[in-house]
Design a protein around this ligand. Structure first.
Ligand SMILES: *Cc1c(COP(=O)(O)O)cnc(C)c1O
Length: 356
């Protein structure tokens, strides 16, 4: 069993923090000083350690590059109002990571390894957690098949790495989306509910085509004649129809988003009715025509929530209201307050790293 003492820590001799402009972080550009690494070999996860972030060497025959056994997580840590660091919903992310690993036939790791990897890395890189409004430290745990051999097989060796990087506020303008009625992100029985790299690779081309047509993102459907809505780009999708917060139910073609789950919980707290049920393009079209679609938005760790300002259904463009203090904004604000310690953490979502 791995313990905190067993995690060897080799710190950088030259932090890159002085080179970083924390007022111009952008998203996904800046990477913190250290990374956590563990290797799976001979049936065990071992060699847990923290080292300076840097390149790794591998053989071109490494299995992940050929057959795609790669899974990842996207999480965030926040600077709390009293100066500590708070990591959001480690357990929920762990459960999903394990599910993704199982679906990709990869050996799961203990909660302890996942949790201690994260908390120890956050202790070492705590200075990288930004404090300005809307900013956070984005954390990327991922695992891949590292056996060097090109014959098709389930890898017997894996590498697990966690690195992080500070990100600024994600002020995106409301999105213009189209219902994608040809390409699909995920199929029933496929890998849509696993956070695996291949799902992203497969979504790029249809998204690129939509962008060429002037849209920001696509609304994925289940490919049925009813065009039941599944997700929005790389986010879960929510609609406010006649005052009720509606989101498609989880299935093996929908990713179980931590933000989705958190929003549903917080909606109850705010007295907003919620429904997890099928939403078809037809229903959306009718609601748009009657004016009962009050809001539409995506949810995900990166942006937290992103408003949708228009939906194209089979070539017809409908405008969606983007209220200034609607359901999305209320939920986003409450979530931010919980994560930064401004609102009580009733659901024990935060893991606090004491920075004194
Ligand atoms: C990661 C992801 C989401 C959002 O999940 P969060 O846990 O809220 O970040 C939604 N859809 C897909 C396809 C994803 O990969």
């Amino acid at each position: 069993m791995i313990t905190a003492d067993a995690i060897k820590i080799k710190k950088t001799t030259k932090s890159r923090i002085p080179e970083v402009d924390f007022n111009d972080l952008g998203f996904g550009k800046v990477i913190s000083d250290h990374m956590f690494v563990s290797d799976y070999k001979d049936g065990e996860w071992n060699n847990a350690h923290i080292e300076p972030f840097g390149d790794i060497a591998f053989s071109p025959s490494m299995l992940a590059l050929h057959y795609g056994q790669i899974v990842f997580e996207g999480m965030k840590a926040f600077r709390t109002k009293d100066g500590n660091v708070s990591i959001f919903r480690i357990e929920k992310h762990y459960e999903r990571f394990i599910k993704s690993m199982e679906r990709m036939c990869m050996p799961v790791m203990s909660y302890r390894l996942f949790e201690e990897g994260l908390t120890n890395l956050m202790k070492v890189d705590q200075a990288w957690v930004p404090g300005s409004e809307g900013s956070a430290l984005y954390i990327r745990p991922f695992a891949f098949a590292s056996e060097e051999r090109f014959g098709v097989k389930i890898s017997s060796e894996y590498k697990y790495i966690i690195f992080s990087g500070p990100v600024g506020p994600y002020y995106d303008k409301p999105l213009r989306v189209k219902i994608e009625d040809h390409y699909r992100r995920a199929a029933r029985g496929g890998t849509g509910s696993a956070k695996c790299a291949g799902n992203y690779g497969a979504s790029f081309y249809p998204t690129h085509l939509a962008k060429m047509q002037g849209f920001d993102q696509v609304l994925w459907t289940d490919g049925s004649p009813e065009l039941n809505i599944e997700e929005s780009g790389t986010m879960n999708v929510m609609f406010v129809i006649d005052g009720v917060l509606v989101t498609p139910p989880l299935s093996d073609s929908i990713l179980d988003g931590v933000t989705r789950d958190s929003f549903l919980t917080l909606a109850h707290e705010l007295g907003i009715h919620t429904q997890q049920r099928t939403v078809s393009a037809l229903e959306l079209e009718a609601a748009l025509e009657k004016g009962t679609l009050n809001e539409a938005f995506g949810t995900g760790t990166a942006a937290v929530a992103g408003a949708i300002q228009s939906i194209d259904i089979k070539g017809k463009d409908y405008t969606v209201p983007v209220p200034e203090n609607g359901v999305m904004v209320k939920l986003k604000n409450l979530l931010t307050d919980i994560r930064t310690g401004k609102a009580p953490d009733k659901y024990s979502w935060n893991t606090i790293i004491n920075c004194k």
